[in-house]
Ligand binder design. Structure first.
Ligand SMILES: Nc1ncnc2c1ncn2[C@@H]1O[C@H](COP(=O)(O)OP(=O)(O)OP(=O)(O)O)[C@@H](O)[C@H]1O
Ligand SMILES: Nc1nc2c(c(=O)[nH]1)N[C@H]1C(S)=C(S)[C@@H](COP(=O)(O)O)O[C@H]1N2
Length: 200
């Protein structure tokens, strides 16, 4: 983290797309653009991103996560892809290998949300963990799953039916010493206990 980031409390986000074919150029990577667009809509406080497009290689995933957290100083790292049961899907193993602590609620809630969209959501082994100052979350590889899991389910009037996992991320970052972040409530409403809410 630079001195400027500390002063302005800029949230530093690592976005990691994990796909053999997208990283080889067989198809265009849609993971990073979907994540970048979602954060552009969802965050109303300052943020900056570092992006990586890598193959489904456990050693590469681990070293990328370590670099983003330990060297770049990210507060939040999101991966997309490689969470399923196929032999090449090793994102959860790599994430757990670099974890200090596991946050099981994130994986549980993402599978719960995704089951409302697709019965194969149960096949995702996605995890959430903390490493040092950072929260690391695995999202499925389908680009549309990014919005679905971060934002949750809304009814026909746009009112939240099932909270997306991002509702809990701002307070989690508070608790691990990260920057205080604000969201656009029409996209996702951050939930904090009353005592933790700061005046704008
Ligand atoms: N980065 C990506 N960009 C665009 N589409 C993707 C991306 N990652 C995954 N997908 C789509 O989601 C599907 C399921 O994702 P999954 O991570 O299981 O990929 P995969 O079948 O293991 O192949 P690969 O690792 O080569 O992307 C893929 O078959 C592809 O259609
Ligand atoms: N929200 C959502 N979650 C989803 C999906 C989806 O389309 N939307 N696809 C599922 C499927 S088909 C698989 S195999 C697992 C793992 O996907 P991954 O290997 O691309 O990470 O995520 C699941 N979770």
């Amino acid at each position: 983290m630079t001195a400027t980031d500390a002063a302005t409390q800029t949230l530093l986000i690592g976005l990691v797309s994990i796909s053999d074919r997208a990283s080889q150029g067989v198809y265009e990577d849609k993971g990073i653009p979907a994540l970048r667009d979602w954060f552009g809509r969802a965050l109303s406080s300052p943020w900056r991103m570092e992006t990586r497009l890598i193959p489904d290689e456990q050693a590469v995933i681990e070293s990328t996560l370590i670099e983003l957290v330990d060297t770049v100083g990210c507060h939040l790292v999101l991966t997309t892809g490689g969470t399923g049961p196929a032999p090449r899907d090793v994102t959860p193993e790599a994430t757990l290998a670099v974890a200090d602590r596991v946050m099981p609620g994130f994986g549980e809630q993402m599978r719960q949300i995704s089951l409302a969209f697709v019965p194969t959501a149960i096949l995702s082994r996605q995890v959430g963990v903390i490493r040092k100052q950072a929260l690391i979350l695995n999202l499925p590889g389908q680009p549309k799953a990014i919005q679905e899991t971060l934002e949750g389910l809304k009814d026909a009037d746009g009112q939240p039916k099932v909270p997306g996992i991002f509702a809990a991320v701002p307070y989690c970052l508070d608790l691990i010493g990260g920057p205080y972040i604000d969201t656009d409530e029409t996209v996702v409403k951050a939930f904090r206990p009353k005592s933790a809410i700061r005046a704008k």
